[in-house]
Write a new protein. Structure first.
Length: 295
């Protein structure tokens, strides 16, 4: 059965976060994830703040750079968040907005986090939900072999062909049964002006998060293309890295990802011009998808 989550950027007011968290929780989303992008608000602090406002959805920071926090810190925060919320999640990556970690450092930090969780005498026993964020084959292979890992999460993944390749890599590397989470940037709108503004945001993030990854080449693009003002480049970026358009178009693109081997969709930034209303519209999309993929 597929899972569905939302992820929020750290650029919002506290009132907006609370409204979004309540809307996502009431709609039945599996988790409310928070980007740990250093230009913005700290994700751990936001997660603890929102814990008192949700009843069912898991919470936690994702895209946490492996070298930002010591595994002792991540383990303590994860265990405590688990105890004061419906459940916690943690996603660790090489780090797009911080000192980039090596593949070995990411794997070692994740393993150390699991080891530190076992040493916490004050924490009740629980099954930690921990992801590794990556879009490349080398870290995918290495992380898939970590027995305790919940899954691999790929930001800006909207390309079913690349998703199928990631699923194959995971299965061949000891990750059969682990989640493949696609976290495409998401924007529900058919307004051309709004879509143009979304595209400019998406393009900046693709340069930060995807530049240099095989995922870019899989879209038929090179890093230099991201600076081009070209209709073909625009179409490739929107098609490969985002689910954008009407609710029906978002549903169709998401269904294609699920058919390609993705087991968990996390709808990404910015969701809609009014993100609270956007979450409610996504809930309608999810209701249809859940019925389709439960069969």
């Amino acid at each position: 059965m597929a899972r569905f989550s939302v992820v929020l950027e750290g650029d919002k007011t506290l009132e907006t976060y609370v409204a979004l968290a309540k809307a996502a929780d009431q709609a039945g989303f599996y988790s409310i994830q928070l980007y740990e992008h250093l230009p913005y608000r700290p994700a751990w602090a936001l997660a603890f703040t929102l814990a008192q406002h949700v009843e069912k959805a898991r919470l936690g920071p994702v895209t946490v750079p492996a070298n930002l926090y010591d595994p002792v810190v991540n383990a303590r925060f994860l265990a405590f968040l688990e105890s004061v919320s419906p459940g916690a999640v943690l996603g660790i990556s090489r780090g797009a907005y911080f000192e980039k970690a090596s593949i070995k450092q990411v794997v070692d930090k994740v393993k150390q986090t699991f080891a530190e969780l076992k040493r916490l005498t004050w924490a009740s026993s629980f099954n930690p939900v921990v992801y590794v964020g990556t879009s490349g084959p080398l870290l995918t292979r290495a992380a898939s072999a970590i027995p305790e890992l919940t899954g691999i999460v790929v930001d800006n993944l909207a390309n079913p062909r690349y998703a199928a390749e990631m699923r194959r890599l995971m299965d061949d590397s000891g990750g059969r049964g682990k989640e493949l989470i696609a976290r495409p940037f998401t924007f529900i709108s058919t307004n051309p002006v709004e879509v143009d503004e979304f595209f400019e945001t998406l393009k900046r993030y693709v340069a930060d998060l995807v530049d240099g990854s095989p995922m870019l080449r899989a879209a038929g693009l090179n890093p230099e293309d991201l600076a081009e003002d070209d209709e073909d480049v625009r179409a490739r970026i929107l098609e490969s890295f985002a689910v954008c358009g009407s609710a029906d178009e978002v549903l169709e693109k998401t269904a294609a990802l699920l058919r390609s081997g993705v087991s968990h969709i996390c709808f990404g930034h910015p969701i809609a011009s009014n993100p609270v209303e956007g979450v409610k519209r996504l809930a309608e999309v999810v209701a249809v998808l859940s019925e389709q993929f439960e069969r």
